[in-house]
Design a protein around this ligand. Sequence first.
Ligand SMILES: [Zn+2]
Length: 178
Amino acid sequence: MKSTLPQNTIHFCPKCGSNEFTFHEDQSFLCDKCQFHLYINSSAAVAALIINDKDEILLTKRAVNPHKGMLDLPGGFVDIMETAENALIREIKEELNLDIDKFDYFMSSPNEYIFGGLSVFTLDLAYICTVKNFNNMHAKDDISEFRFCKLSDLVFENICTGSISKIIQTFVNKKGEQ
Ligand SMILES: [Zn+2]
C-alpha cells in the first residue's frame, strides 16, 4: 500500500497526542484514548478553462512541486470559508493578473495530490471562464509561464495530473460534438 496515504503517514492523535490512533475502513481515524474522530475528506480546488478567440486553451507551467515544470490549468485550492467562485477569481488574478468576466460551472474531478509526503485528496471544480482581455497578463505566484495551446496539439502526458487531463479531455470532446 502507498506510503503517502494518511493511514501510513499519520500516527498520532492531533488532539491528545496518543499513538493509539487507529484508521478504519470508512476513511477515518479514531483515537482509542480520547475518542477523537478524524475523517479524511476531499479538499476543494478550482480550475479554469480559458479559451482565446483563436480557439486555443490557456495552460500554465507549474513553478513549484508537486509536478514542477508540468502543464496545468490556472487555479488552486479553495481557502477556508471561501466560495469556489471567489477562489476562481482570486487564483486567476494571483497567477496571471487576469480578470474573469464570466464563468460557468463545467464539471468536477477527484485528484490525489502528494504534498510533503502526504496524499492530499482534492475535488477539482472546473469552470469555463471568459476574460475581458489578455493585455496585462503575466505569470506570477506558483506558475513560471503560460501558453496558449491549440486543442488539437494538446499532449496529455505533459499535463500535471489525471484529474486536470480528464477535465481538458472532456472539454475537448464536448467541443468536438458541437
Ligand atoms: Zn486522542
